[in-house]
Design a protein around this ligand. Structure first.
Ligand SMILES: [Zn+2]
Length: 167
């Protein structure tokens, strides 16, 4: 994890043949779901897209996922825990259990037509990047911290130790 915020990946190069779309944020905070945009604070909408995820070293997969989107900022968010859950399932389903836990990159959004073909098991081999929109930029956000309040926290405020989850 780099310390730089909003830095485009230094080695980022366009791999998709289609025009890049959206800024993308992979949200690493399981307790933050970004119903408000982390950049402009407006309410986000939910958008569903087929995302291309490259699992290293050599296992591309497509996940049809819904995430928050801010039209004003053109910012699309996926939650890392959900992505990884779906990646594990995809690895199992495609007979690559050894790829679970590998590094991966959410590379962009593929055209729905490609996703449908892939879902039907008719993956046009080698043509994947012809159907891919890269992201315009990868961005990260720090969560806003709870600030200490002197007294009388609102009744629905999380209890101290709210980071501990009972499961
Ligand atoms: Zn916004």
């Amino acid at each position: 994890m780099g310390k730089k915020k909003k830095a485009a990946r230094p080695t980022q190069q366009q791999v998709g043949k289609l025009p890049p779309m959206h800024k993308f944020f992979l949200n690493p905070y399981p307790d933050l779901r970004y119903s408000a945009c982390p950049q402009c604070n407006r309410p986000t909408k939910l958008r569903k897209h087929p995302f291309l995820v490259l699992i290293f070293p050599a296992f591309p997969t497509v996940l049809n996922m819904t995430g928050p989107y801010c039209p004003a900022c053109d910012l699309l968010i996926l939650h890392q825990d959900k992505v990884e859950h779906m990646l594990s399932a995809a690895c199992q389903r495609h007979g690559h259990p050894e790829a679970i836990g590998n590094e991966y990159l959410v590379a962009g959004i593929v055209e729905r037509s490609y996703f449908r073909a892939a879902s039907a098991g008719k993956l046009p081999e080698g043509a994947l990047f012809d159907y891919l929109h890269d992201f315009k930029q990868y961005v990260t956000f720090e969560p806003s911290r709870w600030s200490w309040v002197p007294a009388d926290p609102p009744p629905d405020a999380p209890q101290a130790g709210s980071t501990r989850k009972t499961s």
